[in-house]
Structure formats: structure tokens, C-alpha cells
Ligand binder design. Sequence first.
Ligand code: SAH
Length: 275
Amino acid sequence: MNVKKKRDPRSGWCALVGAGPGDPDLLTLQALRTLRHATLLLVDDLVGDAVLDLALRRRNPEHVPRVVHVGKRGGCQSTPQDFIERLMVQSALAGERVVRLKGGDPFVFGRGGEEAQVLRAAGVDVRVVHGLTSGLVAASALGVPWTHREHAHGVMLVTGHAKEGATGPDWAVLGAAAAQGLTLIIYMGMARLTALQAGLLKALPPATPAAIVQAAGTAQEKLCLCRLVTLSSEARLHGMTSPAIILIGDVLRARTALQQGPPSPCLRSAATRIA
Ligand code: SAH
């Protein structure tokens, strides 16, 4: 029998909550409920202001949680990871209901896995509340089904940013996998666009469809659809910057079927070239 242990309502906990891409409509109900109970919010850079406003809304102003921004907002240096982890552990053990609010999903390139391990090892009651990851929101902005059966049989979520001291991904190898019908969804790739393009071109045809979605799911969303061979030049031309998702693969050919609303001029001109 699976008997759920009753929690002591006075004891602290820490929840790693995915804020999704920025639009509060895309928060899960579980995220909203968890935010409503928080006494302390540790907020990442990529969390949208509208989500934060919602997280702070309380009937009783005395119940508004304290907020600590732990990203690079306002040009500040990013808060060191071990400081964030110590703050989460100490606050939860002191009885705070801590929400670590992260952009997208906390377990997709968000260090959520490392944080959950640290919290658990310290004896903190940890919860994970998933959110919509930006890679999925980016595909949706393009009207692309990640795994449309006529074009792809899987997806690879890859980071373009290697851990300090580690070598980055082997783009030629990933390109070879993509050539077998796997859609490539690249996070944190904008700083290494030229290198990743060159590596992928060793295994994929120059005409492979490619796209960049900047600030997916926010009011600043910007789309660029092109070919692998023109990826970095188109990105420069249209001033595409982080945060952005890069999508590579034949599945981008399936986008016109689902796309809603008028495309941006950059997308429109590229789309005519791709069709
Ligand atoms: N946990 C996050 C990813 C954090 S890693 C998630 O699930 O989405 C940070 C990277 O995510 C950024 O460099 C960028 O590649 C991507 N990213 C985050 N928010 C984004 C957004 N709104 N639009 C496009 N890319 C985004």
C-alpha cells in the first residue's frame, strides 16, 4: 500500500519550479499552487516579469514572499551556484517554503538536477514542478511538431555550452544522428553558432532546414527560418541573440501546416526559399 506521509505544515521545503517561457498562461496549475505557498522566491534571469508579478500576488500583503534575484539582472554578476544552493538549504531547514523559480523546465539544462541532489543530501524536503521547456515552445512558435512522423523519429536536446573544463559536443557526430531523422534542438548555442554550423555541415546537407527562435513564448519573440549553410549569416543579418533555441532538421518542412497567424518578415522570406 502506498501511504503518503503527511507533511508538517510548519516545516520548510524547497520546490524547483519551472516558470515556462515567460507567459503566465503557460504556467502549470501545480506551479501556481506551489508559488502561492512560498515564503521565499529565488528567481532566475529567464523568468518573465509577468510570471513574477503573478507569483507575488497575495490577498494579504503580509504573505507576499521575499524575492532574491539570483541571475544576472541589472548587469550584476551571476550569483555563484554554491551560494544559491546554501541559501536554499539553510532557508528550507529554517522553516521557509522556498521556491527556486527557473525559466522553462528546471530539469532541462537548468541545474535543477544538481540542486535537487544537494537539497536531498542535506535532508530538505524537495519537490519538482515541471514547466514548458523553451525548446518545445520554440518549435510551437514555428508551428513545428517535434516528431512529425514523415520527417523525424525523435529529438535530441543538446546544449551548445560545455561545462567548464569539458569539451563541447561533437557537432559532426550529432549531425550524423540528425541525418538519421532526429530533430536537433540546441540550447545555449548562439555564442558558438559558427562552430556548430561548421561541425553539422560535415554530416548534413547544406540545404537542411534550420531555424532560430529568440525569446520564444514572450512578447519579444523573434523567428528566423533558413538553411543550415546560411544559419550564422542569417542570424547576423536579423540580429538574432540569446536567449534563443536553434532547431535543425527536416521536420522544419512540416511547419507550414500548423503555423498560426502571420509570420514575421524574416520568417516569411526564408519560408518562401525553403518551400
Ligand atoms: N531550463 C530552461 C533552459 C535553461 S538553459 C528551459 O527548459 O527552457 C538557458 C537556455 O535556454 C538559453 O541559452 C536558451 O538557449 C534557452 N532559452 C531559455 N528561455 C528561452 C526563450 N524564452 N526563448 C528561446 N530560448 C530560451
